[in-house]
Design a protein around this ligand. Structure first.
Ligand code: GDP
Ligand code: MG
Length: 164
């Protein structure tokens, strides 16, 4: 079966932007049970001679009492359970947040391979100095990308396919 790659992270880090940039046209939405707010979105992606399925998630907001956010967390957990490799996305512009650390704890418990990807590095010259604080997550080397400018995708995908 084709490997499954899930993109997880808290809201607004750019998960859907990254997903759409990689997915191109081949997006399919799978409806979940009624009451579950955010549907998982799947796409078939090809990179060099690799084919895989990618899952976008609504985003993890840890510890939220809000029903929508806790349902999003549940969705993310399903994606994590389904995934062979996880792209853990964080945002260089907002910097390291408490909720990033909570998501990191959740991912460690999954015992799945995790690639830490730092998004919104629109200018390597300007933004790289701010990437290094994400080493504090203890989840490995941060890989810089700009989902909106499609920068860094090659290096990111090289790391992802290493685990196939
Ligand atoms: P999600 O909630 O994690 O799915 O995040 P979205 O993909 O919806 O993006 C949240 C916001 O970040 C949107 O306004 C995007 O346009 C913006 N964004 C996403 N990727 C980038 C990027 O690489 N650079 C910049 N500057 N903004 C980005
Ligand atoms: Mg999204």
């Amino acid at each position: 079966a084709r490997p499954v790659v899930a993109i997880v992270g808290r809201p607004n880090v750019g998960k859907s932007t990254l997903f759409n940039a990689l997915a191109g046209e081949r997006i399919s939405i799978v409806k979940d049970t009624p009451g579950v707010t955010r549907d998982r979105i799947y796409a078939d992606v090809s990179w060099l001679n690799y084919d895989f399925t990618m899952i976008d998630t609504g985003g993890i907001e840890p510890d939220s009492k809000d029903i929508i956010l806790s349902q999003m967390r549940e969705q993310a957990q399903i994606a994590i359970d389904t995934a062979d490799v996880i792209i853990f996305l964080v945002d260089v512009k907002q910097g390291l947040q408490d909720s990033d650390s909570k998501v990191a704890d959740m991912l460690r418990r999954s015992h799945k391979p995790v690639i830490l990807v730092v998004n919104k590095v629109d200018s390597f010259e300007r933004d790289m100095a701010d990437v290094y604080e994400f080493y504090n997550l203890g989840i490995g080397d941060p890989v810089p990308v700009s989902a909106s400018s499609r920068l860094g995708f090659g290096d990111m995908l090289d790391k992802v396919v290493e685990y196939f």
